[in-house]
Design a protein around this ligand. Structure first.
Ligand SMILES: [Zn+2]
Length: 84
């Protein structure tokens, strides 16, 4: 299979990665990024709406949705400054 994100070839991917046709490396990248999203947006995974928002970020990350009201947190200026 060819990874949709990095165009690299891969044979095996975990089920969640397969959902998006991406390799495990790219899936791991998302997992790291998602932690940043959770911290930055202060998402609480016990709240349904927050889980839905993270899912939206996931879909945007893998190009399934347009990033309209979703911030690109890989850009420093998009991140919420740490007030502490
Ligand atoms: Zn990949």
């Amino acid at each position: 299979m060819i990874c949709k994100r990095c165009n690299g070839e891969f044979d095996h991917a975990e089920p969640k990665a397969k959902e998006y046709s991406v390799c495990n490396n790219c899936w791991d990248e998302w997992k790291k990024y998602s932690i940043m999203v959770i911290n930055d947006l202060r998402l609480d995974m016990s709240i349904k709406e927050h889980r839905a928002l993270l899912k939206k970020y996931e879909r945007v990350y893998f190009g399934l949705e347009k990033a309209e009201d979703v911030r690109d947190l890989s850009k420093e200026e998009e991140r919420v400054p740490d007030k502490s």
